[in-house]
Every structure is written in C-alpha cells, then in structure tokens.
Write a new protein. Sequence first.
Length: 144
Amino acid sequence: MKIIGTGSALPSLSVTNEMLSIFLDTSDEWIRTRTGIQERRIISDENLKDLAVQAAQKALDEAGISGSELDYIICSNVVNYYVTPSLSCLIAGGIQAACPCVDLNAACSGFIYGLDMAQAYIMTGKAKNKIGRASCRERVYHPV
C-alpha cells in the first residue's frame, strides 16, 4: 500500500491558551508544558462535512485522481452530526464518488484501523488501488 495524496482542512476559529486563561484557572505555561498545545481550532461557522470534503478534495488533487476513481471511502469519525447518512457518504457526494463508504468509530486509533482496513481491501482485491480515507476526530483540533 502506498499513500499517494493527503489533504487537510482546519476550522477558522483559533482559541489560544491565553484566551482560555481569561475564564479558566490556568495559564499558557501550564497548558503548554503539560500538553504542548498552544492553540486549538474549534468548529464554529464551518460544517464538519464541508471541512471533510475540502480535505478529501485536496488529497485527490495531490494524488492526481478524481472522486469517481475511488474504490472505497473509509472515514474515521467520532463526531458526525447524524446517525445516517454517514459522514463518509456525505464526503462521497461532495467529491462525486460512487463507491462503497463506511464510517469507523475509533477516535485517535481510527487512522491505524483505517489503514489496516484499506490494506485488507487492497489485498483481497475488493479495492484495486485507490482508497479514500478521512480522519474527522473531533470538533476541536490541536494543530500547534
């Protein structure tokens, strides 16, 4: 298995440790030394589906393929807005994919489980060589 494209999208609202210290009994130094986190991104005006579609499209563009070429979409996600449709199906619609889709509820380990599932589909021939995968773990992201 080879990863041929990656993509990401972050919410626009940034909340720094200093901002948290205004209403919580904490400080930037306390948070940073214990977690390494300086800021986090929080979904506010954005929609999780739109961020996921944006990240998936970037991965497809980098790989030089279109959504219609995907054989399977595996989405690791623990915060979908709906029980149904799954976020993977919403992503498929956003990138014009017409392949099977599945959401995997495994939090942080979902990336590893998703890769394992992708490898199994490739090895069994159920997916020839293109699998889309998204990680949508939470509504708050800790990029820095």
